[in-house]
Design a protein around this ligand. Sequence first.
Ligand SMILES: Nc1ncnc2c1ncn2[C@@H]1O[C@H](COP(=O)(O)OP(=O)(O)OP(=O)(O)O)[C@@H](O)[C@H]1O
Length: 303
Amino acid sequence: MNEPLQPVARLAGAVKRYGAQLALDGVDLVLRRGELLALLGPNGAGKSTSIGLLLGLLRPDAGRAELFGLDPQRIEARRRIGVMLQTAMLPPTLRVGELLRLTASYYPDPRPLAESAALAGIGDLLKRPYGRLSGGQQRRVQFALALCGRPELLFLDEPTVGMDIDARRRLWAAMRALVDEGCSVVLTTHYLEEAEALAQRVAVLDKGRVLSEGSVDELRAKVALSRIRCLSDLDAEAVARWPQVASASRAGGRLQIATSAAERVVRRLLDADPELRELEVQRAGLAEAFTELTRETAEQEAA
Ligand SMILES: Nc1ncnc2c1ncn2[C@@H]1O[C@H](COP(=O)(O)OP(=O)(O)OP(=O)(O)O)[C@@H](O)[C@H]1O
């Protein structure tokens, strides 16, 4: 029988206040080996605070934070992680290669410099002073610094902000390669397609609480809506009154319908308009699920 693996990182009932501001209100999170967990949530939800607790940069007011079963401030735990936060203060005059060498020297078994540079796509930047790089190039260097120590656990706080599409795709490929090696990753992002493409598990935070947690598919399944699009002359307002149609509208000449009963609505559409063309049916994506989940709690609170 397989023993359940010890979590690599854990928050248990974590509460954090900044003065009167309650930032985390009893958060439980578990990260297992070789898993990429995406932390999603609107601005101010508590994502960075959760990461701050796991890094030992902040201390919980109640509950616990653990890294590899240890206090996150212990050096034995810190040597096993790599970190890329939203802001990085790095000496602007140091060259990229020097920064990489220096950072790697803190770790017991670092990656060869060329390997770190290749993974982050910065092989051509090694001789450049850090301060003279573009914002997107600096983010790539920060990613290289996070992974150069061959960490078992990587914290990536909005890593692809400011990157062009090409750089973002490369970083996704690098994250996948690291996870394939057995590295665990905690990723925060506002790009839902990023979570959809990379995460084994997703936790949605809002107002300091975990609203929902599960695989991307499990989260999507919570929102049982499908989207139908087609070219048709049917009246959107009339379609909106059909049973099980949540909404119907017209956009760019296309009829767009959200429904909880796609098959039934498609049958009725085809009956009602034999000329109907370019029919598309899609399950709700993570973006819809996320909007729905956070809207529900906002409504409950308002009530
Ligand atoms: N140093 C601080 N002092 C006071 N309040 C803070 C501080 N840091 C965070 N907060 C508050 O705590 C709450 C959680 O913030 P946090 O930065 O963890 O959110 P987040 O989910 O990372 O947001 P974002 O998506 O904007 O990065 C917010 O209400 C924020 O205003």
